[in-house]
Design a protein around this ligand. Sequence first.
Ligand SMILES: [Zn+2]
Length: 250
Amino acid sequence: MKNLGTANHKDHKENAHKVHNTANSVRICSAFSVVKKNAVIFLAFSLSFLNSYGADSLKVKTFLWEQERSKTDSLRGVFSTNNRIPSKFELPIFIALSHFPELNSKLIHFEFRNIKTTMACRPRNSTIFKKERHYTIFIDTDADGQGILLDSIPFNAQIGIIAHELCHILDYESKTGNQIIGTGLAYFNKNKRADFEKTIDDLTINKGLGHQLLAWSDFALNKSTASSAYKAYKRKTYLTPEEISEKIKK
Ligand SMILES: [Zn+2]
């Protein structure tokens, strides 16, 4: 009896162990299936917005805030996990970002700062020579009567200038650390700076956001309250509305 009792006890323990293991497996399996389910949902969602913003993006001439705002929550789930995005401009940033699936894994922080231009993009200094760079896109906080604040720009044009900044990241990503330093130094030369900025504008058009870039350029040069000196600088340094229109037609 003693032995039987021990055997029973052992069996009971083994069974309990099995039940415990099975429970764990079930728990692990269900956790795994939740992860898998989430991954499938994420993938399906990603594909659906890539379809809505990627393939059809060439057809979108004007994004309207009223039409896009219902997508804000779902886009936030995709783009606000890695990136730091100010709520004030999250919708135009999300729409611009959705055209850049190659930047999905990049860490991009949008920051308000008093700078000399509407927006600017830099790799974080400590990561320039690293394989995984982090990027900061600055949003000007003080137009000092000369420039143009992001706040004052129409929605469609906001997407255009944000896309231009994201194209700077594509350019940085194609370069080594030394080449980035070289680009920074070349920026002091006005002619080289203009060549560089026009290349970035070309890239923005190629990403399917030419109409948005045109809206931004047209607003900056023809409709904004920026100083004539600032407008002259912009006309010389970036593609003009006329040049962008020509390129979009092709
Ligand atoms: Zn630029």
